[in-house]
Design a protein around this ligand. Structure first.
Ligand SMILES: [Zn+2]
Length: 87
């Protein structure tokens, strides 16, 4: 049964989730991508935390592209991702 579920709903890896986040915050995702991202966020505290940070950054700056994030934010995310993979 678990195998069936996995096959139907391919899990999003964190890298994919991060790529979808700015579009998500801009309301630019398709319903399907939004569902996949939200399912991943439910299961992944690191990405939830990152999305919260991204939201704060966007609120503060008005608008932000992922590649315009401050280096320390990107470093934090890379570190979170490493810890998540190691765990
Ligand atoms: Zn994640």
């Amino acid at each position: 049964m678990i195998r069936w579920w996995r096959r139907r709903r391919r899990a999003l890896v964190c890298r994919d989730a991060v790529e979808l986040m700015t579009a998500y915050l801009e309301g630019a995702l398709t319903a399907r991508d939004r569902e996949r991202l939200e399912a991943h966020l439910d299961a992944c505290p690191h990405c939830s935390e990152y999305l919260a940070q991204l939201r704060v950054t966007i609120d503060a700056l008005g608008r932000v592209e992922v590649d315009e994030l401050p280096d320390e934010t990107v470093d934090d995310l890379v570190e979170l991702y490493r810890q998540w993979q190691a765990g």
